[in-house]
Design a protein around this ligand. Structure first.
Ligand code: GAR
Length: 211
């Protein structure tokens, strides 16, 4: 059977960002919106951690924020259903995972297929998971980088939208490499969101074509 084709919508989009911590990728996306580079609005910044620094940044910028305690939802799908409910209420077009450290249930991924993006600090499919900058150093790879991809039920394995390459240096530490990768993350995440709302992302199976 031929792969079904998805083309991202060309429109003034409504974004929901999911964070668990610092929120620098969220800030980069919002900066690009403020600079007029992305035709979209951040309609909600959601976190599973009340103390996430990114929530404070969002509030300072006058954006709506929401924290929901996962402990109140013993069933994972129920927690994700609540996020979906919040997204639908606000007519969200695209969900951006930006350092959101909870794995989404397959139900959530399928419900928002091709409408959830994630940023990962390695060149997928190499180094999925956590502490991947240290893993890249330990493996002795010469290049690592960052990947923006659509989220599919299999963690860190959805269709790749953009990647950026960062050389791994002989004297790298996890901190130094992470900082250099982060600079690229901020660029490619904004770029991916921009392309999405310019109607230029076409997904065919696991490949994403930029039109
Ligand atoms: C970023 O480096 C992002 O790539 C990573 O968490 C950091 C969040 O930083 N995400 C993952 O590792 C997901 N598997 P931020 O809160 O400053 O955007």
């Amino acid at each position: 059977m031929a792969d079904e084709i998805f083309v991202s919508p060309r429109k003034h989009g409504r974004i929901m960002v999911l964070i668990s911590g610092r929120g620098s990728n969220f800030r980069a996306i919002h900066d690009s919106i403020l600079a007029g580079k992305i035709d979209a609005k951040v309609a909600l910044v959601f976190s599973n951690r009340e103390e996430a620094e990114g929530l404070k940044i969002a509030q300072e910028r006058g954006l709506e924020t929401l924290y929901v305690n996962a402990k109140l939802y013993p069933v994972k799908e129920d927690y994700d259903q609540e996020i979906i409910r919040q997204a639908r209420k606000r007519g969200i077009d695209l969900i951006c995972l930006a350092g959101y450290m909870k794995v989404l249930t397959p139900m959530f991924c399928n419900e928002f297929k091709n409408r959830i993006m994630n940023i990962h600090p390695a060149l997928l499919p190499s180094f999925p998971g956590l502490h991947v900058q240290q893993k890249a150093i330990d493996w002795g790879v010469r290049y690592s980088g960052a990947t923006v991809h659509f989220v599919a039920a299999e963690v860190d394995m959805g269709p790749i939208i953009i990647q950026a390459i960062v050389p791994v240096l002989q004297d790298d530490t996890e901190e130094k490499l992470s900082a250099r990768i982060l600079v690229e993350e901020h660029k490619i995440y904004s770029e991916a969101v921009r392309l999405f709302f310019e109607g230029r992302l076409e997904v065919r199976g696991r490949r994403v074509f930029i039109r």
